[in-house]
Design a protein around this ligand. Structure first.
Ligand SMILES: Cc1ncc(COP(=O)(O)O)c(C=O)c1O
Length: 380
């Protein structure tokens, strides 16, 4: 474990010692039997993580590179793509489609709201020749999860559209059975719910997605078809970040040992403890209860108290690092990552630090109400 500060931002997250140690194994050639064994182990465990029988890849790039990779392998100039925009990362997804020469059909929502299947259906039916629905499953900027994703999968299937999902801040922390929900391409990153260091993007590809990829004018470094042909001999086209591949292998083994169901439950209970504590302290989560994320807790800063000061006191006095708001909510909200190794211990330390920092800054609340609310949730 990181013995310095407790890193409670929505990625990177705290990394277990086992995963850190895995990175100092001796270097190997990426054209060797040892690498091929590592590649095969990663492939098997990524299939478990994504709950897919389809193809899976680990890419040497951060999450944004993963999103750019899947967009540039599926969008040709002029292609129409439906994108609900409800925060910073869905805006970025739209921007990546524009840079490819694609035509985003934007469905705008207030920041803090979740896109509904109904609105997406309307947009799909109102336009001809749409190629795909591209959606952020968990908006890290607002702490909103798209609970309608299974229905959106059905809409994509009924209309023969590709469903492309950015699950960067949620895969491994909450339910996302890629095959069962009809997700054609799903992308995530190593540094969030997987409790691995930053530097890798992971994605899955369905049979339907391959048909589209084959007809797309693909980039060179990010050519998924080239990744597929190298994967047939358990290799990557170019030199991968081998220490990070070792780390990911260990992180995925830990996930398998715990089991996805238990992992999702742990994230859910910790998130409920955070929301209970926040509300008990008189603070307000940004999203409505039904669409609150179990991996990114977003709440409004208290009136009259500077969010940056809260973060500074939490960090300097209590050793806990949380994030400020993102994009246009930068000064209005605070965000906590409830990801990866999160347990009762990290949750209570964070709530305690938040409560102390607020009291130190003159916030008017009864001392201990937040921590008591969180503890009650764990005792249930
Ligand atoms: C939903 C979402 N998409 C994409 C990204 C970009 O990931 P990275 O910072 O690894 O490039 C993030 C990072 O926070 C994210 O939360």
């Amino acid at each position: 474990m990181n013995r310095g500060r407790l890193i409670m931002v929505p990625g990177p997250t705290n990394v277990p010692d086992r995963v850190m140690r895995a990175m100092i194994k001796p270097m190997i050639s990426h054209r060797s039997p040892a690498f091929r064994r590592l590649f095969e182990s990663l492939t098997e465990n990524m299939r478990y993580l994504f709950q897919t029988q389809g193809d899976v890849y680990a890419l040497t790039s951060s999450g944004t590179g993963g999103v750019e990779c899947i967009i540039s392998n599926t969008v040709n100039p002029g292609d129409k793509v439906v994108i609900p925009v409800f925060g910073l990362f869905s805006e970025r997804m739209k921007e990546a489609v524009i840079r490819r020469g694609g035509r985003p059909i934007e469905i705008p929502f207030e920041w803090g709201e979740a896109p509904s299947a109904e609105r997406i259906k309307e947009a799909v039916e109102a336009e001809d020749e749409i190629k795909a629905i591209m959606i952020v499953y968990n908006e890290t900027s607002t702490g909103v999860t798209v609970r309608d994703l299974p229905e959106i999968g059905k809409i994509a299937e009924e209309n023969n559209l590709l469903l492309v999902v950015d699950a960067v801040s949620i895969l491994g922390g909450d339910e996302l059975p890629v095959d069962r929900w009809g997700v054609d391409i799903c992308v995530t990153a190593s540094q969030k719910c997987l409790a691995c260091p930053p530097g890798l993007a992971l994605f899955s590809v369905s049979e339907k997605a391959w048909e589209v990829i084959e007809e797309t004018r693909r980039p060179f470094y990010f050519d998924i078809a080239m990744m597929r042909s190298f994967s047939r001999r358990s290799e990557t086209p170019f030199t991968p970040a081998i220490p990070l591949f070792y780390a990911l292998d260990e992180a995925l083994r830990i996930i398998r040992e715990e089991g996805l169901e238990r992992r999702f439950r742990r994230h859910r209970i910790c998130s409920e403890a955070f929301y209970d504590a926040i509300e008990a302290m008189g603070l307000k989560p940004l999203p409505e209860e039904a669409v609150r994320s179990r991996t990114v807790i977003t709440f409004r800063r208290p009136v009259g108290i500077d969010g940056a000061a809260v973060r500074r006191v939490m960090d300097e006095e209590y050793g806990v690092v949380i994030a400020g708001g993102a994009g246009k909510l930068r000064d209005e909200t605070l965000r906590i990552g409830c990801m990866g190794i999160i347990s009762e211990a990290e949750t209570l330390l964070t709530v305690n630090a938040l409560e102390n920092a607020l009291l130190d800054l003159g916030y008017n609340a009864e001392s201990g109400v937040g921590i008591e609310a969180a503890r009650r949730r764990f005792r249930r």
